[in-house]
Design a protein around this ligand. Sequence first.
Ligand SMILES: Cc1cc2nc3c(=O)[nH]c(=O)nc-3n(C[C@H](O)[C@H](O)[C@H](O)COP(=O)(O)O)c2cc1C
Length: 338
Amino acid sequence: MRLDWTTHSRPIIALSPMADMTDSAFCRVVKEVTNGAPLVVFREMVSAEAVVRKNDKTLGMTAIHVEERPLVQQIFGSDPATMAEACRIIAAEHNPEGFDINMGCPVYKIVHNFNGAALMNEPKLAGDIVRAMKKVINVPLSVKIRLGWDDKTQCIEFAKALEDAGADLLTVHGRTKMQGYSGVADWEAVGRVKSAVAIPVLCNGDIHTAEKVKDALAQSKCDGVLIARGALGNPWIFRQINDVLNGHELFAVTFAERMRIVRRHLALHVEQYGDHGVPLFRKHLSWYFKGMPSMKMYKDDMMKAATVDELNTVFVRFETDHDANDVTTFRPILLTKK
Ligand SMILES: Cc1cc2nc3c(=O)[nH]c(=O)nc-3n(C[C@H](O)[C@H](O)[C@H](O)COP(=O)(O)O)c2cc1C
C-alpha cells in the first residue's frame, strides 16, 4: 500500500498521534468502525534514541497490523543522524507508509532536550533533521508543528524552511507551545501556513465532532484534518465525518454498539499488552463513558477490575440497567468552539 499526500483523496482525514493512546489496538478499532472510509492513522510518537538503542519496548510500539495501513509512524528526537537511523530501522522492520516528526509537543520532558516544539526555535536544525531522514526513506515524510513557541506567526517561516528541506506534508496545531491546550485552536492562523507553502497542510486542534470538520476546512482552507481527542472514546467519529462530507445521516452510536466496541477494544488491548492490558485500559473506559450519568454507579467497580472476566461482570450489570438502543451522546464536547 502506498501513501502519496499529493494524490490522496481530499479532504485528507487522519487520526492524530497520541502518546499512550494511538497504539496498535486503538488504531485497529478506529479502522474497523470507520467502515472503509479513507483514513490514515498516525501512531503515537517513539523516541529515535530508544529505537537506535534497539529498545525492545519501543520497537514493539512500531509493529503494525495489516488492518491499520496506511499508517504513519511519528518519531521525536533532535539529532539528524539518530532520527535518520531510527527511520531506517523502523522501515526495515515494519515498513510504515509514512514517517512524521514531532515538532509540536509542548511537555517539558520532550522540549528540554530540543525535541518537540523546541525545534520551532531551531529552524536550521529542524531542516537538517528533515533532510537527513529524507535521504534514508522512500515513503513520505511529514512534520507536525504548532503555530509557534509563543508567537502565532512563527510557523510561517518555519513551515517554509521545512518545505525547502523536503517535507511532504505539514500538520499545524492551531495553538502556540506556550498556550499548551488553553484557549481555542486558531484555524485561520493555520490557514496562513496553508497559503505560505505549496505542500499539503492538515489543520489540527479542537475538531471534536464530525460537523466541525467542515468549519475547520472552511476557515483554514487546508487539505484535511487531523483528529486527536475527538476520537478518544469515540472511534466512530471518522465514520461520522464520512457521513457529514457525503451528506448522509450521521451514524448513531447506540449503547449496544458502544459496548460491542468497548469489548472489542479491550480484547485487542489485551492481545497487545497481555494481562497487564486490563489496568492499562482504564484510561479508555473513562473516555468511552465520559459524561454518562448512570456511569457513576459502575465506575468504581470498572476501575478496580483487574481481569477481563471481572470487567465483563461489571459490563453485564451495566447493560442490564441500560437501554441497548439509547443513542444519547454522553460525552460533553471538550471545548465548545466559536
Ligand atoms: C493524550 C494525548 C497524547 C498526545 N500525544 C501526542 C504525540 O505523541 N505526538 C503529537 O504530535 N501530538 C500528541 N498529542 C497532541 C495531539 O495529537 C493534538 O495535536 C492535540 O491534542 C490537539 O488536537 P485535538 O484538539 O484534536 O485533541 C497528544 C494529545 C493528547 C491529548
